[in-house]
Design a binder for this molecule. Structure first.
Ligand SMILES: Cc1ncc(COP(=O)(O)O)c(C=O)c1O
Length: 236
């Protein structure tokens, strides 16, 4: 390892701001979860010590990100920050069109309303709560096509986010490609505990869906973390 790649054991940043959180007792937690009917969405966030429901907008921002907000062009239309974002997305992702949304759930609503017709099937590698809700509000029927290992917490499979191609093809054969607007592919899979999907599986899903003319929509919530797992665990 040369000098430029060598990293300290400590994190290479200072934390300038903290938000106090309150530790609860076991008895309190048992009461809260019973009162919430075991539905984590009905818990009050102040009663949750470590909140893993989403990582969207819940973590620290860098000094550059905060400074960027101060430089924000708040124009109602034509904001220069939009063009900056558009350029960056085109450069790094290669997409021609980009529609910014405030959070993932906003994008799910728009996508579902545009793409799903009543009675359509939406296969996915498990589901995220709001993703599935928006698919169902648009009249879609969710189908879990993740590999069985994802449902086994003791399995040490390196890519528990992989799609079971047999399950996906069986669904296509059963309901017909015309009733599947897209495959909802999450990287990584929140409900499986952040498990990644392999590059080989993504390619195989693309190849299978191409044969039937079905789109693949990537939920890129943790695409960077997924890429890290691919780099660490997958040959090639
Ligand atoms: C896989 C996945 N999709 C969608 C969402 C929704 O994103 P947001 O919380 O930004 O609305 C999340 C949130 O954690 C997620 O993990």
């Amino acid at each position: 390892m040369d000098k430029t790649t060598k990293r300290s054991w400590a994190e290479p940043f200072k934390i300038k701001m903290v938000e106090p959180i309150r530790m609860t007792s076991r008895a309190e937690r048992e009461r809260f979860i019973v009162e919430a009917g075991y539905n984590t969405f009905l818990l009050r966030s102040e009663d949750v010590y470590i909140d893993l429901l989403t990582d969207s907008g819940t973590s620290a921002m860098s000094d550059y990100q905060w400074a960027g907000m101060m430089l924000g062009d708040e124009a109602y239309a034509g904001s220069r920050n939009f063009y900056h974002l558009e350029d960056a997305v085109r450069k790094y992702y290669g997409y021609k069109y980009i529609v910014p949304t405030h959070q993932g759930r906003g994008a799910e609503h728009i996508l579902s309303q545009i793409a799903i017709k009543k009675g359509d099937y939406v296969p996915g590698n498990m589901y995220f709560t709001t993703t599935r809700l928006h698919q169902e509000l648009a009249g879609g029927i969710f189908e879990d096509v993740i590999i069985d290992e994802a449902h086994d917490p003791t399995s040490a499979h390196p890519f528990k986010g992989d799609i079971d191609l047999g399950k996906l093809e069986a669904l296509i054969e059963r309901v017909g490609a015309e009733h599947i607007p897209y495959v909802s592919l999450a990287a990584t899979v929140n409900m499986a505990g952040g498990q990644p999907i392999s590059m080989a599986n993504i390619r195989a899903v693309r190849e299978l869906t191409n044969r039937y003319g079905i789109r693949v929509i990537l939920d890129a919530a943790r695409a960077i973390e997924n890429a890290y797992f691919i780099q660490q665990r997958e040959a090639g």
